[in-house]
Design a protein around this ligand. Structure first.
Ligand SMILES: Cc1ncc(COP(=O)(O)O)c(C=O)c1O
Length: 383
């Protein structure tokens, strides 16, 4: 049995470097043995540096994925007699709301249109009206490529006396989190996006104040109880069995990010890849960014494409060239594609990908003139 060797340019999971692949072959270990600490203590300390947080926050490793950390945040930090507001700018904000509703009785949603960013005034009004105890926010909306200012949005939430719960799944490791500046109570992320690892841990930063509040929340569950996770994290262990291959990879990769590439340079590389992708998009007359440029994500670009573009055919042509192409989130009102430029993807790799994509776009329109790329703006495009 052989599998295609594809370089992933989707919005996650992302490309794995040789370094990360090889790290999976390091020795397995007992997750309650001192050998676990050898991997997880430095990994958790590096994650603290990558997230830019002080000891006022605990770093939790939650076996599972980002959604498990998000579920733990609402389950552990919102009492049943409290109101939870979910702010959404797209499919993943809606996911946080769905997770919230399946755990808590009193959930309200403030939805902004796909492609738009959070409107601070509208948020302020909603907070005045509802007085929620906690508010969920998506740092980087992967479906639309919109990045939220955690600092600004969470400050407004904190000023209204609510706890900000932030989904940073598709951006942590690629940009500053602004967790402390925003007074974030719990920030949830995962391994398979900007950290460029396989999926398998939810990663969370939880404030000490939030951990104190959790003691007053009944029905926290077991795998969703952040107090249980925090107890294990103090011993540099996980609550349930650790994936030992992923722990080895996490150790090696966070060591690389902090001590070789450097966190500030990693963030700058993500910004440069965003700029490259924006330039490329502008160079194709009939393609455009879905969000406003100032709201655009550093890790994933969502691009509106002509209605006539056969994205399925393009995906298969890119597969033949050794790439996994992302044909966009299928529920958007406009036809789109996404380019995941996150994790360990280099500018050189992105340049080759964009060149290949441009060639295939050209040969697709030449092969099928009836479906030639139109210069018309697709209808129904949002801001
Ligand atoms: C912004 C965002 N939130 C949450 C999730 C769900 O994360 P996971 O698949 O790690 O549970 C994703 C996955 O793509 C995402 O992009």
């Amino acid at each position: 049995m052989s599998f295609d060797e594809l370089t992933l340019f989707i919005s996650g999971p992302t490309y794995l470097s040789e370094r990360v692949r090889k790290a999976a072959l390091l020795p397995e270990f007992g997750h309650r043995d001192k050998d676990a600490v050898l991997r997880l203590k430095p990994a958790m300390e590096h994650l603290r540096e990558i997230m830019g947080i002080s000891p006022d926050y605990a770093v939790l490793l939650i076996p599972g994925t980002g959604s498990d950390a998000m579920e733990a945040s609402v389950r552990s930090l919102v009492r049943d007699d409290e109101r939870l507001l979910c702010v959404s700018v797209g499919a993943f904000g809606d996911l946080y709301a769905a997770i919230a509703r399946s755990n808590k009785p009193n959930v309200e949603v403030l939805r902004f249109p796909d492609g738009a960013a959070v409107d601070l005034k509208a948020l302020g009004r909603k907070l005045e009206e509802l007085r929620p105890a906690a508010v969920t926010v998506t740092h980087n909306e992967t479906s639309t490529g919109v990045m939220t200012s955690v600092r600004d949005v969470c400050r407004v939430i904190s000023e209204h006396g609510a706890l900000p719960l932030v989904d940073g799944v598709s951006i942590m490791g690629g940009a500053p989190t602004f967790i402390e500046e925003g007074g974030v109570a719990m920030y949830s992320s995962s391994t398979q996006k900007c950290l460029a690892l396989p999926a398998g841990f939810g990663i969370a930063a939880v404030s000490r104040a939030a951990l104190r509040k959790a003691k007053d929340v009944a029905g926290r569950g077991y795998t969703t109880d952040i107090l249980e996770h925090a107890k294990c994290a103090e011993k540099f262990q996980t609550l349930t069995t650790t994936s030992t291959s992923l722990a080895n990879q996490l150790f090696v990769q966070t060591e690389y990010i902090v001590n070789q590439e450097g966190v500030p340079e990693r963030f700058r590389r993500h910004e440069r890849m965003r700029a490259m992708t924006h330039r490329w998009t502008r160079s194709l007359g009939d393609f455009r960014l879905f969000p406003k440029a100032e709201d655009a994500s550093v890790s994933v670009s969502c691009i509106v494409v002509p209605q006539t573009l056969d994205r399925g055919a393009l995906k298969e042509r890119m597969r033949v060239r050794g790439y996994l192409f992302d044909p966009g989130y299928n529920k958007l009102a406009v036809p789109s594609m996404r380019i995941g430029h996150m994790g360990d993807i280099t500018e050189e790799m992105l340049g080759s990908y964009l060149d290949a994509l441009q060639e295939e776009l050209g040969s697709l329109s030449a092969a099928s003139p009836a479906r030639a790329l139109s210069s018309q703006e697709p209808s129904g495009a949002s801001s």
